[in-house]
Structures are given as C-alpha cells and as structure tokens.
Design a protein around this ligand. Structure first.
Ligand code: NDP
Length: 318
C-alpha cells in the first residue's frame, strides 16, 4: 500500500493526512466502520466525547489492536474535550472518561472542542444561565489543564478546534505551550486562507472537518437553491476529468492544501473510496476553478451556542 501523506509535529510524530470522522456515526454502525477503516489502511480516527459513541469506537480499537496485526502506536487517535468540562478540575476527569470509553492508555491529540464553556452536565444549553462567562472560566484555565494532561502522558499533543485567528492569538499570548493543532471547517465553499496562513506561520497543523459538506447539513445548500458540494458542477467536472468521484476530489483538495482531512462514512465502499482520494494531482486549472467556489459558507454555523445575549453569539469572530 502507498504510504499515507502525513502532517509532522515538532517531536517527529506524524498525523496521517486522511482520517475517519465519527460524528453522527450511529452506535450500531460505528464499531464496524472503524474496524473496516483500520483493516483497509486508515491510520487516523477522529472522535469526540459529545458524539456519544466513543464506547463503540473503543470496541473496534479493542478488537483490532487485540488481534495484533495493527499496533496502537501505528494509529493516530484524536478526541475532544466537551464544553461542559472546561473548569480546570474537570478537564483531566473528562479526558480519563474518553480514554476509558475508547479503551486506550493515551490519545495522540486532544482538542478543546469549542471556545465555549457550559456548566457541568450541559449538553447543549437552552438558556444563558447554562453557560459560564469567559471571565468565570477563561480559556487559559482550560488550556493549562490540557498542558497538564500532556505532562502526565495522557495525550501526546494538544490543540483546539473552532478557534478564530483572534482566539488563537489571545491564547498564544498567555502561554508558552502553544497549540500544536487546529481543527476547523474547511471545504471549497469555505477556504479560510488567512487562517491557514496564520497556522502555517505558527507551526500549527490544521485538520479540515465537514470536507464533503456534512451529510444532512447539505440541505442547507439546497435551501439556498445551490448544489451541495458533492453535486457542485465544477467538482463533478473535475472528478470526471481525473476518473475520480466528487468526494475524492474534495478530499484530495484538502490534502493538497497541506491539511489533514477527516471524512465521515459508515459505508464500506465509501470508507475505502475516501482513503484512496489522493493518488493524483489536482492541476493549476482545477485549483483556479475551485478557488472561485469560495463563498464563506459554513455548514456548522455555531448557532447552537446562541441563546439570549450570551457572550458567545459571535463564535467565529466574524
Ligand atoms: P462530512 O463532510 O465528512 O460528510 C459526511 C457525509 O458524507 C455522510 O452523510 C456520509 O454518508 C457522506 N459521504 C461520505 N463519503 C462519501 C463519498 N465518498 N461520497 C458521497 N458521500 C459520502 O461530514 P462531517 O460533518 O461528519 O465531518 C467529518 C468529521 O469531522 C466528523 O465526522 C467529525 O469527526 C469531524 N467534525 C468536527 C467538528 C468540530 O467541531 N471539531 C464539527 C463537525 C465535524 P455515509 O456515512 O452514508 O457514507
């Protein structure tokens, strides 16, 4: 099998560029999906406590690593701290719960999922009093506990997700232990070039989420009477030209930009197809056409964090 492209970390660790996403992968199907992925060459799995399926993802790890053909050390596993565990005393217990569910001793990467703090036990807030304000639980408090988790060897690398340049700069001004990774939404309708450039200059590895337009959220495009990413005529045309599928073009585009990318699928054919995305080069002409598709459109709007007048209503600082 062709070696997978990787993103390099300062200590020499490598994160495979294509990984498997697990958001909305049902409990009854995710174990199989992760097993299929690992047995067909994936070496990067993206998880999160809030996806509600880490226990089932862990069953796949237990089985595959138990069989002995693939070692734990060969696979890059990411998970994310949920917003209700941002207080310093809650971070490591939340991480330990994730490790227990995933049946692992350590994570390769742990991310602060969102720059938003909820009160303990809140999944998605319905009113302002279910949030902590940024003064009550500043992000640096959460970050220092992430740094401690790394010191304890529970995670190899730490980073953040859904942070703007402004929020990255603010965090970086308050710590010597800079985020090593950022996970954000990126696809041809949302290029975020400035953010990518900032990360590149600051040695932050970027992972692209929702690279295919996030499944049912593709309806958001249909509501605007525009094609979903997978049906976009430019993407379809480029796919035909290279004998690839539309999904493969979207994934390859992300890899060529130097990001990692984590398409979600629970379908065996599509899981295999997605990993085989980067066998050819998108040429200058393809890239110029894809450049024209950028319209700053988000599938994951963050609107679920907006209740009446809380301090998180402008989550992306836009
Ligand atoms: P994706 O953009 O990966 O799209 C997933 C959808 O595309 C599913 O409906 C899947 O269906 C379908 N699909 C998969 N492969 C193909 C293909 N080759 N051709 C056509 N359709 C395909 O959506 P996500 O929003 O899930 O993003 C990917 C991952 O990113 C998440 O699973 C999660 O791990 C992470 N993420 C992180 C966030 C964060 O806040 N940090 C937010 C959102 C996502 P099927 O399963 O039937 O194949």
């Amino acid at each position: 099998m062709k070696p997978l492209r990787t993103l390099k970390y300062k200590n020499g660790d490598e994160q495979p560029a294509i990984g498997l996403g697990t958001w909305k992968s049902g409990k009854g199907e995710v174990t199989k999906a992760v097993e299929i992925a690992l047995n067909n060459g994936y070496r990067h799995i993206d998880c999160a406590a809030t996806y509600g399926n880490e226990n089932e993802v862990g069953e796949a790890f237990e089985k595959v690593f138990g069989e002995g053909e693939i070692n734990r050390e060969e696979v890059w596993i990411t998970s994310k701290l949920w917003n209700d565990s941002h207080k310093k005393e809650d971070v490591i217990p939340a991480l330990k719960k994730t490790l227990k569910d995933l049946k692992l001793d350590y994570l390769d990467l742990y991310l602060i999922h969102w720059p938003v703090a909820f009160k303990k036990g809140v999944g998605f807030p319905e009113s302002d009093d279910e949030y902590y304000s940024l003064e009550e639980v500043p992000i640096i408090e959460t970050w220092e506990a992430m740094v401690e988790a790394k010191k304890q060897g529970l995670v190899k690398h730490i980073g953040v997700s859904n942070f703007s340049i402004k929020k990255l700069k603010d965090l970086m001004s308050k710590t010597n232990e800079k985020p090593e990774a950022l996970q954000v939404e990126l696809h041809p309708y949302l290029h975020q070039n400035e953010l990518l450039e900032f990360c590149s200059k600051n040695g932050i590895n970027v992972t692209a989420y929702s690279p295919l337009g996030s499944g049912d959220r593709a309806d958001a495009m249909k509501a605007k009477d525009e094609p979903s990413l997978l049906e976009n005529p430019t993407i379809v045309k480029i796919a035909k030209k290279h004998g690839a599928s539309a999904g493969q073009v979207l994934i390859n585009w992300a890899v060529q930009r130097g990001t990692a990318v984590i398409p979600k699928s629970t379908n065996k054919g599509r899981i295999i197809e997605n990993l085989a995305s980067s066998g050819y080069q998108l040429d200058k002409e393809d890239l110029a056409e894809i450049d024209k598709l950028d319209e700053h459109f988000r599938y994951v709007t963050g609107e679920f964090f907006v209740t009446d007048g809380n301090s998180y209503s402008n989550i992306y600082d836009e």
